[in-house]
Ligand binder design. Structure first.
Ligand SMILES: *Cc1c(COP(=O)(O)O)cnc(C)c1O
Length: 384
């Protein structure tokens, strides 16, 4: 279907990238579960020759995601980490990479433990501080890696400000947009060069698949990432692409409910005795609420909160929850709660964890699409 530039995101979610299948008219893109394609003569094919290089189910998914993010190119991968790896693989070492000190735990691990061996020198700093960023950028810095809101502390970094600074040094800017999905924030429009998502989270939305995507408007960067996808081979499978396409139909609708639920949940938590502090960019009490309002269309579904930093007490609270279940990951229709210190952020160096405030009392709630009064009541009954 030819996309109309004026269509809203809900319309794009349902229609972008998806064509009726030409032979049967099937309205849904089939799962093209094939590794290869018959050629009429050597080199004479219909645009597909081998599924690592291209697959029609993946093509539809990539077109759909690109339309949602407002990107010229989308390249999908088996996982979010595979997508992140592809970005690192387009760098030309030796190089310096600046990253958010509060980046996703797996991103930190990837750069500290894997890429540091290949001449990519990571430096983790507070990207909220633009003067600090300016003092650390140099011509050696090929990449600046931002994530906003950050995980689990919900810090907001200024995508526009960072991009302007970085471009003075020829540094490319990538934003991990996982927490927002393409519905709530579009970093490319704010000056970023690349966007990466773990589509395992909101885009997939049902806790039943893994996926990642890199998007850009820069033809040269896209060609490099596409080459890594083909050469290194961490492609998304036809079945995962099909599930993802199915998920995207309801993405705008789900994000609307995630946002509304999370805001009501965060406000209720702020009033509860036994909760010391609530971190949610949609709250007026968030120190960067104004910046969040400026660059996000909604504040998404992740709410972090501090209970007293007493592991025994926190464990008792978690065991009493009935709707929220303790699990890693986020962005699914069901509500989850994570204990970052022990679970998702265990690989962050302990000194840095302490400095950031990731302690025994911190919990990260992924607020699902249930009835929010039930979610609020669940927390209330579990508190002492
Ligand atoms: C989960 C996550 C990733 C990693 O994605 P996988 O699909 O688990 O490989 C990267 N960034 C953020 C912000 C995430 O939440």
């Amino acid at each position: 279907m030819t996309i109309d530039k004026n269509w809203g995101l809900s319309t794009l979610c349902v229609h972008a990238g998806v064509e009726p299948e030409p032979i049967t008219g099937a309205i849904m893109t089939p799962i093209f579960q094939t590794s290869t394609y018959v050629q009429a003569a050597p080199g004479e094919h219909k645009g597909y020759d081998y599924s690592r290089a291209g697959n029609p189910t993946r093509t539809a998914l990539e077109a759909s995601l690109a339309a949602l993010e407002g990107a010229a190119h989308a390249i999908t991968f088996a996982t979010g980490m595979a997508a992140e790896t592809a970005i690192a693989q387009i760098l030309d070492p030796p190089t310096h990479v600046l990253l958010s000190q509060d980046a996703y735990g797996g991103t930190g691990r990837l750069f500290r433990r894997l890429f540091a061996k290949y001449g990519i020198e990571p430096e983790f700093i507070d990207l909220r501080d633009l003067d600090l960023v300016a003092s650390r950028l140099s011509e050696r810095t090929q990449l600046l890696w931002a994530e906003t809101p950050t995980n689990p502390l919900m810090q907001i970094v200024d995508i526009e400000g960072l991009s302007r600074l970085a471009h003075r040094f020829g540094t490319k800017v990538v934003v991990d947009n996982t927490f927002c999905s393409p519905i709530l924030q579009n970093p490319l429009a704010l000056g970023a060069d690349l966007v990466v998502h773990s589509s395992t989270k909101y885009i997939g939305g049902h806790s039943d698949l893994l996926g990642g995507v890199v998007m850009t408007n820069d033809d040269e960067l896209a060609e490099k990432v596409r080459f890594v996808q083909f050469a290194a081979g961490a492609v998304s499978s036809p079945f995962e692409c099909f599930l993802m396409l199915r998920s995207i139909k309801t993405l705008a609708l789900r994000m609307e409910r995630h946002c509304a639920n999370a805001l009501a949940f965060a406000r209720a938590l702020e009033e509860m005795e036994g909760i010391e502090k609530v971190l949610y960019p949609g709250l007026e009490s968030h120190p960067q609420h104004a910046l969040a309002k400026k660059q996000m269309k909604g504040f998404s579904g992740i709410v972090s909160a501090y209970l007293p930093a007493d592991m025994e007490r926190v464990s008792r609270f978690l065991s009493k929850l009935r709707i929220f279940v303790v699990a890693e990951s986020l962005g699914g229709v069901e509500s989850l709660v994570d204990h970052p210190e022990v679970m998702t952020h265990a690989s962050v160096p302990p000194e840095l964890r302490e400095e950031l405030g990731i302690n025994a009392g911190l919990l990260r709630f992924s607020v699902g699409i249930e009835d929010v009064r039930d979610l609020i009541a669940d927390v209330r009954q579990a508190l002492p």
